[in-house]
Design a protein around this ligand. Structure first.
Ligand code: ADP
Length: 259
């Protein structure tokens, strides 16, 4: 019999615990939270033990998206226990700790500390942790890169130039910290009219793929701008848990995260 091979993380003396995959974006409103939820749900459907951390400390939306709003995590010793969701993805979010409607106005160090509590939690047998970062390149991102270095980062952008320029800045931040870019996802690419079925491109199409290519990064796939994505997401029914082209698109991106 052969001796067990040490995991690369253990071999390097790095942190133990689940592998962290950060989902980042240059700006807000491009679908970073939506992508995080649906990647986690798609990975769980593919048989992986995956958890989700809502690091969007100032605007947590994951409890709504994963349909476990209003629950509070319990503590085990000095660690939080993630809150289960109906979609097989346990979640920790500031939204579970701070009552809805209450403003979260912390300075950077406190926000960084809060994030640490969400990540260093009782994750049990979870092997992959998707972390939904706040948009941009601020304190929370920096603190995460310093003390909870992700194994990789997925960057989401809409196809238009402005969003892409911001996305490139976010990519730069990860690269400087030595975090590998898993690839780019283009969201809101192509709109299918629910009435006539005609496809149009309100934000253009192909921009993120071209940018990925130009920067030497992988393009992981595109998600269309589709009303049902917003409606189902707001209703706590992640589209990745359903059937059809949108669920397939999330599944295909999730498979790219499996290695
Ligand atoms: P971010 O996390 O980048 O701020 P969100 O994921 O919260 O962005 O998305 C912003 C809004 O856009 C939400 O209401 C969400 O439901 C909606 N949305 C995101 N992606 C899509 C899409 N592909 N089609 C339709 N609506 C979307």
């Amino acid at each position: 019999s052969t001796a067990p091979t040490p995991t690369p993380a253990a071999a390097q003396g790095a942190r133990t615990g689940p592998r962290i995959i950060a989902v980042g974006s240059g700006k807000g409103g491009v679908g970073k939270s939506t992508l995080s939820t649906n990647l986690a749900v798609a990975m769980a459907r593919q048989g992986r033990k995956v958890g989700l951390v809502d690091a969007d400390i100032y605007g947590p939306s994951q409890p709504r998206l994963l349909a476990n709003e209003g629950q509070r995590p319990e503590a085990q010793g000095n660690k939080l226990v993630p809150v289960p969701s109906p979609w097989g993805v346990p979640l920790l979010s500031m939204g579970h700790l701070v009552p809805p409607g209450q403003a979260i106005a912390w300075r950077g160090p406190m926000a960084g500390k809060a994030l640490g509590q969400l990540i260093d939690a009782e994750w049990g047998d979870v092997t992959d942790l998707i972390v939904d970062l706040p948009p941009g390149t601020g304190d929370v991102q920096l603190s995460m890169l310093q003390s909870h270095k992700p194994a990789g980062a997925v960057i989401v952008s809409t196809p238009q130039d402005l969003a892409l320029m911001d996305a490139m800045r976010a990519i730069g931040l990860f690269e400087q910290a030595g975090v590998p870019i898993v690839g780019l996802v283009e969201n809101m690419a192509g709109y299918i009219c629910p009435h006539c079925g005609e496809e149009s491109d309100p934000f253009g199409i192909g921009g993120a793929e071209a940018a990925a290519k130009a920067m030497g990064h992988a393009f992981l796939g595109r998600i269309p701008l589709q009303m049902s994505i917003r409606v189902d997401s707001d209703g706590g029914r992640p589209p990745a848990a359903g059937e059809g082209p949108v669920a397939d698109a999330f599944a295909s991106i999730a498979r790219r995260l499996s290695t």
